[in-house]
Design a protein around this ligand. Structure first.
Ligand code: PLP
Length: 433
């Protein structure tokens, strides 16, 4: 099946009792056992079924199947937020002493997780000086447990050379984990290029309405955990926390996602509520259509900005002079992201006045909503970074990040035009020149 169809149908058929066409919201904490033996079989992971909604829930299971099918994976785990998904994705490969090698252009909170929070648990985030495959390769050592990248970086809109990163990671015996939030599986399917694990914030384009937080981890089923037994003992030695289970042996291709569920989701419990799973499913039904409009509108806005004398620079990867243009052609079929940045003439002060003058475009820290959104990363999402870290992440003091929505493009452009005029009047600009 194709994206548009998977997004509407995958993972659910009208259920047997009521024949409900919409996915039912199973708002229940627990599930009755037929007998003591049935309960024991569920706990032994020998019988299919549900026991407690911290571990699995039928509404969330539909969401998991749908996302997994969109990505072409063997299984998914839905969790409460994108950050929870990233946390679980990392600790599911790295223990105390391990490191994760990452590109530097990351969403600010993920950068914080890798640079400050995981190191307190003995897991180090190692940031390459650029997203070039050679820069990543230099940092991999015997303690590396994964290579990590955002397929499209937030906020820089940079596109990673996934195939090259996967090759490097695999040659050193580690998986490539990617955050595919900004691209979504509609624009890019990372498993086709060798990525092993995809992580999502469902809060963004997949949900699409800015109503609901959620996250997911998807397993490609392709990483050979048993082949790298020394590096990944957690998959290859009996797990004392689950009566001696050996994940790679027991689950084979789904070892990663089963381990994420039965260790991290079970004991740490970042649970997505069934109601939120339902809302996210409503959003996903239209994601393919929305992505098309997001990309089309973004191109129109980027072209308007580039032609405007009040604008200093536009970092839009759909322009042939962007360093990422060829990767956009190769990985995104020419569909540059609707997330991009620009700077207004007049630096920080003019940038802030522009931001304050916006009327239709909402000032906030979110992306991927049906509504057009703007953010000033240096004072918000990337505030915890040093000036140097901000620069390598693609954030300058005047940077405005736009997430272009699916309104009429002319209305978005009119709003930007009036805000530019307030912040940097054309007459003032001419006088200065
Ligand atoms: C690329 C990316 N990954 C992960 C996250 C975190 O997602 P959530 O807000 O759902 O925790 C974000 C949030 O903006 C993001 O942009």
């Amino acid at each position: 099946m194709r994206n548009e169809t998977i997004a509407i149908h995958a993972g659910y058929e009208p259920e047997a009792t009521t024949h409900a066409v919409a996915v039912p919201i199973y708002q229940t904490a627990a599930y009755a056992f037929d007998s003591a033996d049935h309960g024991a079989a569920l706990f032994n992971l020998e019988a299919e079924g549900y026991r407690y909604s911290r571990i699995a829930n039928p509404t969330s299971a539909v969401l998991e199947k749908r996302i997994s099918e969109l990505e072409g994976g063997v299984g998914a785990l839905a969790v409460a937020s994108g950050q929870a998904a990233l946390h679980f994705a990392f600790v599911n490969v790295a223990d105390h002493g391990g490191n994760i090698v990452s590109v530097p252009q990351l969403y600010g909170t993920t950068h914080t997780l890798l640079s400050h929070i995981l190191p307190r648990q003995g897991i180090t985030g190692r940031f390459a000086e650029s997203d070039k495959p050679e820069a990543i390769e230099r940092l991999i050592d015997e303690n590396t447990r994964a290579v990590f990248a955002e397929t499209i970086g937030n906020p820089a809109g940079n596109v990673c050379d996934i195939e090259a990163l996967a090759k490097i990671a695999h040659a050193r015996g580690v998986p490539l984990i990617v955050d595919n939030t900004v691209a979504t599986p509609i624009l890019l399917k990372p498993f086709d290029y060798g990525a092993d694990i995809a992580v999502h914030s469902l809060t963004k384009f997949l949900g699409g309405h800015g109503t609901t937080l959620g996250g997911a981890i998807v397993d490609s089923g392709n990483f050979p955990w048993a082949k790298h037994a020394d590096r990944f003992p957690g998959y290859n030695k009996p797990d004392a926390s689950y009566h001696g289970l050996v994940y790679a042996e027991r689950f084979g291709k789904t070892a990663y996602i089963e381990r994420a569920r039965s260790i991290y989701q079970r004991t740490m419990g970042s649970v997505l509520s069934p109601f939120n799973a339902f809302l996210l499913l409503q959003g996903i039904e239209t994601v393919a259509l929305r992505m098309e409009r997001h990309c089309e509108n973004a191109r129109k806005v980027a072209e308007f900005l580039r032609a405007d004398p009040r604008v200093a620079w536009v970092n839009y990867t759909g322009f042939p002079d962007s360093p990422y243009y060829s990767l956009v052609q190769r990985y995104l079929d020419g569909n540059a992201s609707s997330l991009f940045t620009f700077g207004i003439k007049g630096g920080m002060e003019a940038g802030k006045s522009f931001y304050d003058a916006l009327k239709l475009i909402t000032r906030l820290v979110n992306i991927g909503d049906a509504k057009s959104l703007a953010c000033h990363p240096a004072s918000t999402t990337h505030r915890q970074m040093s000036a140097e870290q901000q620069r390598t992440a693609g954030v300058l003091p005047e940077t405005i990040r736009l997430s272009i929505g699916i309104e009429h493009a002319a209305d978005i452009i009119e709003d930007i035009d009036q805000a530019l005029e307030k912040a940097c009047p054309a007459a003032r600009l001419q006088a200065a020149e």
